[in-house]
Design a protein around this ligand. Structure first.
Ligand code: PGA
Length: 254
């Protein structure tokens, strides 16, 4: 059984105080961590304080990005070694906004994946595609090529704990989620590719998240799909009540 993983991606929102207040407000209302895993990707400067505020709650503290280098003269960059010692457990890599706005390439994401593994952070590898890219490739999704080059050299042992997310560009940040069938199809194709490159056993265990305009109203339908193991939530995760409604989606009346 793959444990559902509900992740807030706060992007460039919230101060240290706002982040800590949010964590304090939700920590006693989270689902049983044995049944549903919950994480928040906050801004780098707030992660350590969030980690302290989250103590013993099981809440995962996640970085939104980090440098591929371990350390050195890279002014303004954030090291994964430092993040892992600040209570961070996961790092998102190659989010669509990083790729589109900051020209992050598959090669750069690949290097970051290697560094994350080396420093003990679990990578959440983000993949995306536009509708045109998706349609042009017919059966072969654009995301599969993206993922293939990012995973190049990642061993059988290393892939086990990696998390992948599928974020179709037409659904991210627009308030209009992707058609659930298309979201499921993207995640299913990714799982099939993992089986081709690695093994069926690994494909069956690896968690694949969907991201793009998830909210309290649509989360239950999205999470009911067999190949969607969790969600990355942007805008709707910024509000305490909305976020609690989503992490406790299993309690929602059908
Ligand atoms: P959204 O963002 O929920 O606001 O569409 C999702 C994401 O960027 O991960």
């Amino acid at each position: 059984m793959r444990k559902p993983f509900i992740v807030a991606n706060w992007k460039m929102h919230k101060t240290v105080q706002e982040s800590v207040d949010f964590v304090k407000a939700i920590k006693d209302h989270l689902p049983d961590p044995d049944k549903v895993e919950v994480g928040i990707a906050g801004q780098a400067f707030a992660l350590y304080s969030m980690h302290e505020a989250a103590a013993k709650s099981g809440l995962r503290i996640i970085a939104q990005n980090a440098a591929p280098q371990l350390s050195g003269p890279f002014t303004g960059e954030i090291s994964m070694r430092g993040l892992s010692q600040a209570g961070v457990s996961h790092v998102m890599l190659g989010h669509i906004e990083r790729r589109r706005l900051f020209n992050e390439t598959n090669e750069a994401v690949h290097q970051k994946v290697e560094t994350a593994i080396m420093t003990g952070l679990t990578p959440i590898i983000c993949t995306d595609e536009t509708m045109v890219q998706r349609e042009m490739n017919g059966e072969i999704h654009y995301v599969l090529k993206q993922l293939q080059s990012v995973l190049h050299g990642v061993s059988l042992d290393q892939i086990r704990d990696i998390i992948i997310s599928y974020e179709p560009s037409w659904a991210v940040g627009v308030g209009q989620r992707a058609n659930t069938a298309l979201a499921e199809e993207g995640c299913r194709q990714i799982r099939r590719m993992i089986a081709d490159i690695y093994t069926y056993e690994i494909a069956d265990k690896i968690r694949i998240l969907y991201g793009g305009s998830v909210n309290p109203k649509n989360i239950q339908e999205i999470m009911s799909k067999p190949d969607i193991d969790g969600v990355l939530i942007g805008r709707a995760s910024l509000d305490v009540d909305n976020f609690l409604a989503m992490v406790n989606y299993q309690q929602q009346t059908k």
